[in-house]
Design a protein around this ligand. Structure first.
Ligand code: BG6
Ligand code: MG
Length: 219
């Protein structure tokens, strides 16, 4: 297999926005009078905004009608956007920039495949929006990960076959989405959690294109 495109998840792969999601959801939980812990927040990684709200309300043992839920999700997003507007290029995770640079120099397409509707804003704040040949965010897909739609669309937009694409993901559902799409799945994070991935790396600090090519050649 020749690697022709690399498709990146955003939150937890390129930057750590989970902490801002946590703070914004926690403010909502506080206002509703229940506790929301960092452990609870783990359940929201890779999950869409509305599905995250459902999990949060389940933790609080509360139910609301659709209109109220929509309003609460909007409020949370408003708070979240206040945090992400303060982000800067220092928040790009170690090694990401040099890996993206290596891909660019090698003519490999770079795409984003994220569930977040704030993806473009975050890439802008990080100063790396222009490095991406295609961006697929939560507003462009019908089906959430583990459905492969977000990654398949990313590959399509850069004109590369799924079988020549590699996905980088930190969430189980995202790894499954890549596998469902017939792509190579590289997990970023914990091996036990991401065991279905073809390979798991701690991050991009020591990850190079040479390493990626060694991985795919042995699949
Ligand atoms: C994912 C995050 O990338 O985006 C989730 O891992 C988040 O935690 C989801 O809920 C949706 O994000 P947003 O920015 O559209 O609310
Ligand atoms: Mg993620």
């Amino acid at each position: 297999m020749e690697v022709k495109a690399c498709i990146f998840d955003l939150d937890g792969v390129i930057c750590d926005t989970a902490k801002y999601h946590y703070l914004a959801w926690k403010e909502l939980a506080d206002s509703l009078g229940f506790e929301f812990t960092p452990e609870d927040n783990e359940r929201l990684k890779g999950v869409s905004r509305m599905a995250s709200l459902d999990i949060l309300l389940e933790i609080g043992g509360l139910t609301f009608d659709a209109q109220k839920k929509h309003q609460m999700a909007e409020e949370k997003n408003k708070r979240y956007r206040e945090y992400i507007f303060k982000m800067n290029p220092d928040e790009i995770l170690p090694g990401v920039l040099s890996f993206l640079d290596e891909l660019k120099r090698s003519g490999i397409s770079i795409a984003l495949g994220s569930a977040s509707k704030n993806a473009k804003t975050i890439l802008e704040r990080l100063g790396i929006l222009s490095l991406f040949d295609a961006i697929v965010d939560g507003s462009m897909v019908q089906h959430a990960k583990p459905n492969p739609e977000v990654f398949l669309l990313g590959a399509k937009l850069v004109g590369v076959q799924p079988t020549e694409s590699v996905v980088f993901e930190d969430a189980q559902a995202g790894i499954q989405a890549a596998l469902n799409g017939g792509m190579v799945a590289i997990g970023i994070g914990d091996k036990p959690v991401l065991q279905k991935a073809h390979y798991v790396a701690d991050g991009f600090k020591d990850f190079t294109l040479k390493k990626l090519r060694e991985i795919v050649v042995n699949l």
